[in-house]
Design a protein around this ligand. Structure first.
Ligand SMILES: *Cc1c(COP(=O)(O)O)cnc(C)c1O
Length: 457
């Protein structure tokens, strides 16, 4: 390939790499400055050229990469409040540099990176109070974790009839997607109560109706932190129902499961440690850089049975490179896997769970502060209770006005909330999973929404 390994090319390559490192550090050091977001359209033509026949070299390539840095989604900024994004970690850069240098493949085999992923799996068991026999896998995110967990659920279920699962109507779309991809027969959408938590009486009735119709209920999915309003289903009650009905109990804890590290949230997650499987993200409220998700399965044997069919060319050995069995490839659909585990390990190793949990607690307090600011403001009203870190409210006025306010805040780079529909009305949705957000940022947000002269249509 003629890469930069020629000794005479090293000094120039080092200089280019250092330039990139400096630019990356500058970007991170100024995370709280400048607009939250600006449109990347100015770069568009640079990324619409035809396939390079001759390469432009690393210096030109580095320069073009550098032009991208100001055009992120904005989630490293303290006033990014859209959807549920983690704010990322500055020091995560260090782990990613090492991972790039090692170019490790964590599908299997006996090498240093595997020790790191095993350590992460063990820490996850501790974090979520799962038993020693539980297994886990680092994945891209909760969407993939959900597919893996529900595959294990499906395979462990021996019933013969049409398989039916249950999730609340507030469940994330990745659950329905997993049902679709796994060819599962039906997912029942269970109504929610006024707090947007699954109505567990309705769950029981739905299960009874399906049994009466000769169908085979096999799985119930609890949500620990709904994407719309952050509601936490009554996990303990669902665990009781799952136990009584002999159903697999899966939890989508994409961001909410991290609340186990927070004194403010842990009591609300009672029953989380009773799940058969848990899907969650390190890249959301634990701020590991994208992407970093995890699936944790209570019964290691069932987990392995769902994926372990190793062909001859992947035969295990007790010595040499093919040792270190079982391999991660036996716990999920991917063979080649990058070294995501390192940035996860580094984040926990650097900060410790106490500090990561304290940052979560601070966000929960900030959500309460924002709720207060909204309630005190004559032009604003709350539209959903605050369960964790998501605050949904409206400017008194039309849906169009609220949508326009959010667009203008984004386009002016002042703040980046998103929108959702609550009880049929468009709401401004502010999610605070951001360790850089200060109380003052919330004041700025509320003032910007209501600024005199803002004057939307
Ligand atoms: C983000 C999210 C998901 C999807 O997770 P990805 O990591 O984006 O795949 C699923 N469920 C909930 C509740 C989420 O917030």
């Amino acid at each position: 390939m003629g890469d930069n390994l020629d000794p005479k090319d090293w000094p120039a390559f080092r200089a280019t790499a250092h330039k990139m490192l400096d630019a990356a550090l500058d970007k991170m050091q100024s995370a709280t400055k400048g607009p939250v977001w600006k449109s990347p359209d100015v770069l568009q033509t640079d990324f619409e050229v035809s396939l390079p026949v001759k390469g432009k070299g690393i210096e030109a390539t580095q320069q073009q990469i550098e032009t991208l840095l100001p055009y992120g989604v904005g989630n490293t900024h303290p006033r990014f409040f859209g959807w549920v994004h983690g704010a990322g970690s500055t020091s995560g850069l260090i782990a990613d540099i090492a991972a790039a240098a090692m170019n490790a493949n964590l599908g299997g085999r006996h090498h240093g990176a595997m020790l790191v992923e095993k350590q992460v799996v063990a820490w996850c068991r501790e974090m979520f109070e799962f038993p020693d026999g539980a297994s886990g896998l680092v994945v891209s995110g909760t969407s993939m974790a959900t597919i893996i967990a529900l595959k294990v659920a499906r395979d462990s279920y021996s019933g013969m009839g049409q398989k039916v699962g249950y999730a609340s109507e507030s469940a994330h779309n990745c659950v329905a997607r997993a049902f679709d991809m796994l060819g599962l027969d039906a997912l029942r959408s269970i109504p929610v109560n006024a707090a947007f938590e699954m109505d567990t009486e309705a769950l029981k009735s739905a299960i009874a109706a399906d049994r009466a119709a000769g169908l085979q209920p096999f799985c119930v999915i609890g949500t620990a932190g709904s994407v719309n309003v952050g509601a936490i289903d009554d996990l303990d009650a669902i665990a009781d129902i799952a136990a009584a009905e002999k159903l697999w109990f899966h939890i989508d804890g994409a961001f909410g499961a991290a609340g186990m590290l927070s004194d403010a949230l842990r009591p609300k997650l009672l029953g989380l440690n009773r799940a058969d499987s848990l899907a969650f993200d390190f890249h959301k409220w634990l701020h590991v850089n994208y992407d970093a998700g995890f699936v944790l399965i209570r019964d290691k044997a069932k987990h392995r049975a769902a994926f372990s069919d190793r062909p001859d060319y992947l035969a295990p050995a007790t010595r040499g490179l093919a040792a270190g069995n079982p391999w991660p490839v036996e716990y999920g659909p991917e063979l080649s896997r990058g070294f995501r585990a390192l940035k996860i390990w580094a984040q926990i190793n650097e900060h410790g769970v106490e500090r990561l949990g304290a940052a979560i607690t601070r966000n929960v307090e900030q959500a309460k502060l924002l709720e207060r600011l909204v309630n005190e403001h004559p032009k604003l009203e709350m539209v959903a209770p605050v369960a964790m870190q998501i605050v949904c409210f409206r400017h008194l006025g039309s849906d169009a006005l609220n949508a326009e306010i959010v667009l203008r805040l984004q386009e002016q780079g002042i703040a980046a909330p998103s929108t959702t529909i609550i009880n049929g009305q468009l709401a401004i949705r502010v999610n605070i999973t951001n360790h850089r957000t200060t109380d003052a940022d919330l004041q700025v947000l509320v003032e910007a929404i209501c600024r005199a002269g803002f004057n939307p249509p």
